[in-house]
Design a protein around this ligand. Structure first.
Ligand SMILES: [Zn+2]
Ligand SMILES: [Zn+2]
Length: 262
């Protein structure tokens, strides 16, 4: 059983922490696999240009360094924590209309993709790199923020295009996705350490990158609510205190872990 979070932002887009800080945050808490998935916004839209102006998106200029750091941190995550770090990004199509906005996660990919293409082309380009394609927060996140409904509006047409649809991107389960027959994944969409308390995914597979991607594709997984207290000492000291409470749909409470050793 691998505790995993496959939707995490660093300060290469709008996250608060650097990639090494994220590796330490998750590695010190016993996670077995994480994916760093910074925003990669469209280049030709006004909102995409604004995101580039304020540094909230990967660009063709920053992308090589992003991948270089992910590569070196992949080695450190494994050596130091036995944690698999999967490179990825979140192709972000933002419009003033929630129904024209869509975020698409690509996991296990390392070549730049221009987000201006249409949805089906983008998914195809992720899969052509051997990646997993995930529909990010396709319904209301129940938070006060911009929503992205475009993929859900087209879910019948796009059902075969995505390997999984997020059933959570934070502390709330999405009922519409939960009760659908679509393949699912639960992640945090973490932008700051305060968001560690959220739904995550437990994967049933071997601890290496291809097995992890296959577990998502084949749905060898379940959803677990991960509860975490974060203190200001977390990043200074390397956090070694965590509690995890797991609930998976109608499954009974299965896992409660507690340890304190700060
Ligand atoms: Zn998103
Ligand atoms: Zn995100």
């Amino acid at each position: 059983m691998i505790l995993a979070d496959m939707h995490i932002h660093s300060n290469f887009s709008d996250g608060k922490l650097s990639i090494p800080e994220l590796v330490d945050l998750y590695g010190s808490r016993g996670f077995g696999a994480i994916a760093i998935t910074d925003h990669l916004c469209e280049e030709n839209t006004l909102i995409g240009k604004a995101a580039r102006y304020i540094g909230h998106t990967l660009t063709q200029a920053t992308f090589p360094l992003y991948m270089q750091i992910l590569k070196s941190e992949t080695e450190r995550a494994w050596d130091q924590y036995g944690m698999v770090l999967i490179p990825g990004f979140e192709l972000s199509k933002n419009s003033v209309s929630n129904h024209r906005s869509a975020h698409i996660l690509g996991l296990g990919i390392s070549d730049f993709i221009n987000a201006d293409d249409d949805i089906i082309t983008l998914a195809g380009k992720i899969k052509a790199q051997g990646g997993v394609v995930i529909a990010a927060h396709p319904v209301s996140t129940q938070k006060v923020e911009k929503q992205t409904y475009h993929l859900w509006d087209r879910r019948e047409e796009l059902a075969h295009v995505f390997d999984a649809w997020e059933v959570a991107s934070g502390p709330y389960l999405f009922d519409e996705v939960l009760h659908s027959s679509l393949p699912k994944i639960a992640s945090s969409d973490l932008h700051s350490p305060k968001q560690m308390t959220s739904w995550k995914t437990l994967l049933y597979c071997e601890l290496h990158r291809e097995a992890i991607l296959d577990a998502v594709r084949n749905q060898n997984l379940e959803f677990h609510f991960y509860k975490s207290e974060v203190t200001s000492n977390d990043l200074r000291n390397g956090l070694d205190v965590y509690s995890m409470v797991g609930v998976a749909g109608s499954h009974a409470l299965r896992h409660v872990l507690n340890s304190e050793s700060l």
